[in-house]
Design a protein around this ligand. Structure first.
Ligand SMILES: Nc1nc2c(ncn2[C@@H]2O[C@H](COP(=O)(O)OP(=O)(O)OP(=O)(O)O)[C@@H](O)[C@H]2O)c(=O)[nH]1
Length: 312
């Protein structure tokens, strides 16, 4: 069974009937932190402030109907995955279909039975947490905790689109540990794994903006996506990184060129106004960065090289 994180969930109750709100609070206060909204307008403000883990929604609200509130939440990307459970005394034929048609996860019929309410809510919260956990695992490299190749590929497409739309530069860098085969051959694969983890930690810590991405690209190779970062800015960040990896002072194999473990870096950038900024080939910037990495290796390793997009 998947282990879920049992910190208290954030539950939003949207209902203008005080007796229902009190009953729900009593039933659910051990499961989650409860917030209340008495109409749709107030609810949307509260949802925007902080996305709840689950919403309990009355079908009849003073301003907008509950079914409409649910459809709106399901059409917005940021809120579409929040489970919505309707609270209703409506048992007319066809009502069930209406509730599921607008994307609700479930509905609870009044009069409320506290144990049933708690059990249903807990099931949906556990399910939601399990999905989040699976999504995280699917996008994370298990050895280093960095983003994995899948995340890099997905994010690159999104960030390139954004960069072109906003007319902002975007840098992609590829980073490779130097002469790592010699490290493995000398110290063994377990120490090799530890070395990769140490480097990965330093790479992750070098990301300064929440939009920057450090990923394990494969084996002993890593990749960065640095949105809104031009060639000069990237050069500063990557040169500092080169030094900080050296300063980790990880002893290299005696056969290696340097005493301590070093990295080689290649990068390229999409620059607004430049010929290749609108290139439909999303991978052109990665290919250029890869070529630059090859240059760094050829020129003696432990250095940063830049390849202009389109010069291949
Ligand atoms: N311990 C360990 N080694 C790995 C892992 N992934 C890749 N490697 C090793 O990394 C080494 C990469 O070797 P090469 O591609 O020949 O490159 P290199 O020795 O780093 O030489 P240059 O890249 O030219 O500086 C291989 O020995 C792989 O087995 C891993 O997860 N753990």
């Amino acid at each position: 069974m998947i282990k879920t994180n049992h910190t208290l969930a954030d539950i939003l109750i949207i209902d203008d009937d005080k007796s229902v709100v009190m009953a729900l609070h009593k039933a659910l206060n051990k499961i989650g932190r409860i917030r209340f909204a008495s109409d749709a307008k107030q609810a949307f403000v509260m949802i925007k402030e902080k996305h709840p883990d689950l919403i309990l929604l009355d079908v009849e609200l003073p301003d907008i109907g509950g079914l409409e509130v649910c459809s709106i939440l399901k059409t917005v990307q940021e809120t579409e995955s929040i489970p919505v459970l309707f609270i209703t005394s409506n048992t007319e034929v066809g009502f069930e279909e209406k509730v599921f048609d607008v994307g609700a996860a479930d509905y609870i019929v009044k009069p409320l039975n506290p144990r049933v309410v708690a059990a249903r809510v807990q099931t949906h919260i556990d399910y939601q947490l399990a999905i989040k956990l699976l999504e995280k695992l699917a996008h994370t490299d298990s050895m280093t905790g960095l983003a994995n190749r899948r995340t890099f590929d997905e994010r690159l497409i999104v960030e390139l689109k954004r960069a072109r739309r906003e007319q902002e530069p975007l840098t992609v860098a590829l980073i490779d540990i130097d002469e790592f085969k010699k490290f493995n051959d000398h110290f063994g694969h377990i120490e090799g794994d530890d070395c990769i983890k140490d480097i990965a930690l330093a790479l992750g810590n070098s990301m300064k903006r929440s939009t920057d991405l450090a990923a394990r690209y494969g084996g002993e190779e890593f990749a960065f996506i640095l949105p809104n970062t031009d060639v000069e800015g990237a050069n500063t960040i990557l040169s500092v990184l080169l030094q900080s990896i050296k300063q980790l002072n990880l002893t290299h194999a005696p056969e290696a060129k340097y005493d301590v473990v070093t990295i080689s870096i290649g990068y390229s950038a999409v620059i607004p106004g430049q010929k290749y900024a609108n290139d439909s080939d999303d991978w052109a910037v990665v290919k250029a960065a890869d070529h630059a990495l090859y240059e760094s290796k050829q020129n003696g390793r432990n250095q940063v090289s830049y390849e202009q997009l389109g010069s291949l």
